[in-house]
Ligand binder design. Sequence first.
Ligand code: FES
Length: 307
Amino acid sequence: MRLGARGIHLYELWPEDGSSLPLPAPGSHIDLILPNGLIRQYSLVTPKCTEHCYVIGVKHEPAGRGGSRWLHQELRLGQSLLVGACRNAFELAESDSPYVLFAGGIGITPIYSMYCYLKAQGRQVHLHYWGESAQTMLFHDELAVDADVTLYPKTGYPKTGQSARPRLKALAQSLSKDAQIYCCGPGAMIEDLVEVARECGLSDVHYEYFGKIESAAPEGAQQVTLAKSGRVIDVAEDESILEALVRNDVDVMYSCEQGICGACEVRFLEGDPVHMDRVKEASEHTKDRTMMICCSRAGAQKLVLDI
Ligand code: FES
């Protein structure tokens, strides 16, 4: 473990048995299963990964859900952790077009991996990177001397996105229409980028969110019915369907609890859920009759899950 930037640690994870690891592609992530039961996803810093060691960058989020707090405050050098297989939900597509990468805050971890890969391939690429200050920006000093990188320290990316949006729009207007755009950062940044890209006629926009989804899900306590047992589960106003099921010892799969990984997807047999995840479009859920129970809520009708 070492300090990557203020409030960010870089962790090196070594297989206990000395076995070889597959070399991860840029955009890949792993699940960490923490001793306190939390399962959290972290992007791999692939340029620093080898077949004997994976590297992740973790920002301490004191107000977060506990994963980064545990890693920053409890993890000890040499301690064993369970680590899930490497997966990639943010793949870099091969293209002859120029690549333009956008990162906000700790969203730099997959974007830095893509940037290094593309540079090594001799591809045309430019990275735009927002952060709160030079001291809090991972890889700041290395990137600051690179002509293909533009840094925006001391501006962060405002939660509302309003003050940074004009600059984002000016950048989008300057890009060629076939640009391959990749972005990882706070929700406001991605939403702004997707919108300005659409206004500017840019169609190849790929992105990955981090952080909990700020939702406008239906408020109030709810109930869900489990078709296989007939049990009716009360879901409190301040808990997710997933949390209510776990609290009632119902065996369900889940991972991120943020609506971004797809692990908690279940079929529903009746109802009209309000979909809040970022895994699928609501229309896909309607067609497949599935929902992500970590973030989506029951709608006005009775909700019956196929579990
Ligand atoms: S647990 Fe990841 S989408 Fe629900």
